[in-house]
Design a protein around this ligand. Structure first.
Ligand code: DAH
Length: 689
């Protein structure tokens, strides 16, 4: 025996019972019971009981009417009442559809009336209980109601759909005629790029040349440069740590695992002494997790000098200085003895971060074998090298806990980098200012980095923003606006500090605080790095491809003979005016090309506002060719050819180069002179360029 309620609705009860064994006589008490239940449960319509043969019974209430007995009239009344009820349902459904305000509500109406449990389906359920003559009648009534409702639902839904789309469009309307927003700034630097850039800047300020050209720093390397020449032959166990992607069957070509390969290429091509810093992408076949990525970035340094001139003390001083610049002057640094195939001795360097020592860098004195293999005589030269992962630094500095955040396009970092304008800017500012990890760790760094990007370039505003976040700022927290402004004087301390100094870091820290405590927040630039000398123009000719440029051969008293320097004074002087004339030349600039011709150096001029008048700076009477220009108070040596003055530094210096009221060229009020006397010019109160 089993029972199943098919449908129990307000006026509609159908109970199926089936049994193969019980005879219909035995059902009678049960039927009586059901009847009592339905009558007593306020089912006002009574019900019809039909007892088929041995396989079951069907009990149904009538949909409507007053039939409490199973008589012939029941079915007639049922059909009539079903029709009426269907008609009522149709009217109700159409009204409900009309009232529906969304596609969703229209769908609810459909489900209510046309769904599996809807009135149309229930009405069909009565078909079997009707006399044969009524069946087609009910069928056609049901079909009419069904068709009407179905098409009403379809048309109401599509009308509502159109309405909804229109509302949505209206909501999202963009007024393309609106004026642009002020202060639109392009996207921001990626924290990783900022970290790499900053690291390089520190080393550039220490006299290192950056090496980034593809031919000097290829990512597709040979086994030789990546391992062999770094004292790491094929069977060397150190190779296990640096599995990579091999590009050829013979495993001779591979994706480099370390920027140390650049050291070898530089040793092969440069003549010592030299210092290089080389950032680059490297690859390792590692399992990816929060701290490992198949692709990451390293920065490598290498300094080679005459043998004995660079000691482990210099290496330690340099590394410590670098780490202070990156992590702040109070960072604690620890050196541990370690092993790298290409350095001897080797050290690993840790910084104390969040209560733990964190390894950040590897370094050592270049192994004489490595020097020799690269063609540098180890009896004549020695040097040190260091390398570190940029991601590790950026993670510490910006409080990023998962390396993948740097590359993932939906990470907060990339969000920050991409959307820095208009409303996105506002949004990212809010997110990032709330997300303290970006600014609370190393406020001094954010002076250059995040905070300035978020709040703007104004030091006061940055300070305010940091204070608002509960980050205390002192002058020493924000010691510089750019590393190029760090005095070259302080950098040389890092390179020349005595190895026997027991606490080199502490002493330097004190010095630093002193120099930044007063209004001299920005350390002064050592302009004695500029090599300005008296030169004599020997020959002048027109640049073949530029009507503004002269080509000049200028004698600076150098062994290699006169240099070719291009200058843009054709509008102001004739070639004859220039020949045999003495001029002041900024000599330690890299060779650059102007309209296709090489120029090495720059002739200094004074220019009136707008450049209407331009004149050469005049050399003091009696000054000899090659004589150097000096500035009182800046008594250092000019940068060597390997430390050639960088454009960035010039951009900082030149705004302070002006002629005074007497036409004397000055830097921040300090006059430009040679041993023969003051330099001069015929244009007072003008910029020098
Ligand atoms: N190349 C090393 C690495 O990837 C890092 C390194 C250590 C570089 C010591 C150096 C060095 O130049 O001297 O693990």
């Amino acid at each position: 025996f089993y029972g199943k309620v098919l449908s129990l609705k307000f006026t509609n009860v159908v109970i199926m019972m089936g049994s193969s064994r019980l005879s219909s006589g035995r059902y009678l008490p049960l039927i009586a019971l059901i009847r009592i239940i339905f009558l007593s449960s306020s089912c006002s319509h009574g019900f019809v009981v039909r007892c088929p043969t041995s396989f079951g019974i069907r009990i149904s209430t009538s949909l409507c009417g007053d039939s409490s007995d199973a008589t012939d009239t029941t079915s007639t009344t049922s059909f009539a009442s079903i029709s009426v009820e269907l008609e009522d349902a149709r009217t109700a459904a159409l009204e409900a559809l009309e009232r529906a305000t969304s596609v969703r509500e229209a769908e609810d109406v459909r489900v209510k009336y046309l769904g599996k449990k809807g009135i149309v389906a229930s009405a069909m359920g009565y078909m079997r209980s009707l006399p044969p003559a009524d069946k087609p009648k009910l069928g056609s009534v049901v079909n009419v109601v069904k068709d009407t409702l179905e098409s009403a639902v379809v048309s109401r839904k599509s009308a509502l759909e159109i309405e909804e789309v229109n509302v949505q469009l209206e909501k999202e309307r963009i007024d393309v005629t609106m004026p642009g927003l002020p202060n639109l700034t392009p996207g921001k630097r990626h924290p990783l790029s900022m970290t790499i850039e900053k690291a390089c800047e520190v080393f550039v300020s220490l006299g290192y040349d950056t090496v980034t050209a593809l031919e000097d720093s290829p990512e597709i390397e040979t086994d030789y440069y990546c391992f062999e020449a770094l004292n790491c032959p094929k069977d060397h166990p150190a190779r296990d740590m640096q599995d990579t992607f091999y590009l050829t069957e013979d495993m001779e070509t591979l994706l480099r695992t370390q920027t140390s390969a650049v050291q070898i290429r530089q040793m092969e091509t440069r003549k010592p002494p030299f210092r290089i810093v080389s950032p680059g992408r490297v690859y390792r076949k590692d399992d990816i997790d929060a701290t490992h990525s198949l692709i990451f970035h390293q920065v490598e340094i290498l300094a080679i000098e005459k043998r004995g001139e660079l000691t482990l003390g210099h290496l330690k001083g340099t590394v410590e200085y670098f780490l202070q610049q990156m992590f702040g002057p109070d960072i604690d640094v620890r050196f541990r003895g370690s092993y790298f195939p290409f350095t001897e001795p080797s050290m690993e360097v840790d910084v104390f971060f969040r209560g733990k020592w964190l390894e950040v860098l590897g370094c050592g004195m270049v192994d004489p074998n490595v020097l020799e293999m690269a063609g540098i005589d180890p009896m004549e030269y020695s040097g040190f090298a260091a390398g570190f992962g940029a991601e590790r630094f950026a993670m510490v500095i910006h409080g990023v806990t998962d390396i993948r955040e740097f590359y993932n396009s939906v990470s907060i970092i990339t969000l920050f980098c991409q959307f820095s304008c208009s409303c996105f800017s506002f949004l990212t500012k809010i997110i990032l200012l709330q997300d303290n990890r970006f600014i609370s760790q190393f406020p001094h760094f954010h002076d250059d980095g995040m905070i300035s990007h978020l709040v703007g370039g104004n030091r006061e505003e940055r300070k305010k923003a940091m204070n608002a976040l509960g980050i205390e700022t002192t002058e020493s927290d924000m010691p510089f606006t750019s590393l190029t402004e760090v005095a070259d004087g302080s950098t040389s301390t890092a390179l020349t500090r005595d190895q026997s100094d027991p606490k080199p870091g502490k002493e330097k820290k004190k010095k630093k605080k002193k120099s930044t405590s007063s209004d001299a927040v920005v350390a002064d630039i050592d302009i004695s790095k500029l090599d300005i000398r008296v030169g004599k123009i020997i020959k002048v000719w027109d640049h073949p491809d530029s009507d503004k440029l002269f080509c000049e051969e200028i004698d600076l008293g150098e062994e290699d003979g006169p240099r070719q320097i291009l200058s843009g004074l054709r509008a102001h002087y004739s070639a004859a005016d220039l020949e045999d004339r003495k001029v002041l030349v900024l000599a330690n600039l890299k060779v650059r090309k102007l309209a296709g011709l090489e120029s090495k150096g720059m002739v200094l001029c004074a220019a009136s506002e707008g450049g209407e008048k331009v004149v050469f700076l005049d050399v003091p009477k009696g000054a000899e060719v090659g004589e150097r220009v000096t500035f009182k108070g800046y008594e250092g040596e000019p940068a060597t050819p390997n430390q050639i003055i960088k454009k960035k530094l010039l951009d900082k210096i030149f705004p302070h180069f002006v002629t005074d009221k007497n036409g004397v060229p000055t830097y921040k009020g300090v006059t430009m002179e040679t041993i023969a006397g003051l330099c001069t010019s015929s244009l007072p109160n003008c910029e020098i360029s």
